[in-house]
Design a protein around this ligand. Structure first.
Ligand code: HMG
Ligand code: MG
Length: 299
């Protein structure tokens, strides 16, 4: 069966813009977030409190949060890798954070400058302090369907890292196919293995990049396996600067088009959303890769 409702976790302002060559002015980012909210997206990951030299595109995190209108209680999570990042998030009134671990050693090194063990040790005080401050904490686990340097990643290896991240006290786990190589059978097996390890579908989210055009098929497999939170990026923006060959995320418009057709409620105004992505494409100087954006809001 399929769920009656799906929660869309919008990552365009963070995962999308972290990888753009063009410098996007903070006012444009703030308008982007406001327009996404206006199109009915409730949960919007806005930025990252990471090292500004590692991700210069998001070095304006403080300014962006200051420029955003109040969310009216809607979640506005931000990425936080370490205690320095948590300090910055707390100083700026953040109430939801996401830590981000890796299923592979190579990506842990490249993305966090740490081994897997060291990165979990780095996250431990972040989650403990965040929880003590009453924050909601998500954990990402990356490279769940394959790694550009290590190739296939055994499911047991993913589940092991996932369990360690959740044991820190996180409320949700987002399974990241960072480079978009996964296929639906693999996704089903991955979710079943997490459920068997005690991480139920009520605590799981899926995060698909669309490099090989599999993101929507993988999402349908995840919904059939009981997952109800799906990450997506308006217009299909995105990628990871530290992961070779990662392209954009599943486009939110492609997701909403499919869910609408399946009769699954999302509360998103698709026309408004596509117009927002078309506007953003204009600011970035490149067309949206989303077929639905191209069909609904031609430039
Ligand atoms: P490091 O160089 O090992 O940092 O980087 P450090 O702990 O050695 O600290 C060095 C200096 O940086 C210190 O300053 C710190 O204060 C400062 P100094 O004392 O030398 O003057 N510093 C910071 N400054 C501001 N904010 C901070 C911060 N932390 C340290 N938060 C670090 C380690 C984790 C910081 C670095 O590797 C980093 O920032 N990595 C982030 C990379 C990133 O953002 N990648 C993209 C997001 S992940 C992704 O896209 C995947 C996902 O979408 C899921 C999927 O698709 O699979 C989530
Ligand atoms: Mg990602």
């Amino acid at each position: 069966g399929l769920p009656e409702r799906v929660t869309i976790y919008e990552v365009g302002p963070r995962d999308g813009l972290q990888n753009e060559k063009a410098v996007v002015p903070v006012e444009v980012k703030a308008e982007f977030v406001a327009r996404l909210a206006g199109a009915g997206l409730r949960t919007i990951e806005t930025t990252s409190f990471v090292h500004p030299k590692w991700v210069p595109q998001l070095a304006d995190a403080e300014d962006l949060l200051a420029a955003l209108p109040p969310s009216g209680g809607a979640p506005r999570p931000v990425l936080v890798p370490n205690e320095r990042g948590l300090d910055r998030a707390l100083a700026n009134g953040v109430t939801e954070i996401a830590i981000f671990g890796s299923a592979t050693e190579t990506f842990a090194r490249r993305n966090l400058n740490r081994t897997v063990d060291e990165s979990i040790a780095m996250f431990e005080p972040v989650v403990a302090r965040a929880r003590a401050e009453g924050l909601w904490v998500r954990a990402y686990v990356s490279m769940v369907c394959g790694d550009p340097w290590e190739g296939d990643v055994p499911i047991e290896q993913v589940v092991s890292v996932s369990s360690r991240l959740m044991d820190l006290g996180c409320s949700q786990l987002s399974l990241g196919d960072t480079i978009g190589v996964g296929t639906p059978g693999q996704v089903t097996a991955l979710i079943e293995a997490h459920v068997a390890a005690g991480i139920g579908t009520d605590r799981l989210a899926v995060h698909f990049h669309d490099t090989y055009g599999q993101a929507l098929a993988n999402t349908l497999a995840a919904l059939r396996a009981g997952v109800t939170t799906v990450d997506a990026s308006a217009g299909g923006l995105g990628g990871c600067p530290y992961a070779e060959s990662a392209t954009g995320n599943l486009a939110t418009e492609d997701l909403v088009w499919m869910l609408n057709g399946l009769g699954i409620d999302t509360g998103v105004d698709l026309a408004k959303l596509a117009a927002t992505s078309q506007w953003m494409a204009g600011r970035l100087g490149r067309p949206s890769p989303s077929r639905v954006v191209q069909a609904l809001a031609p430039p």
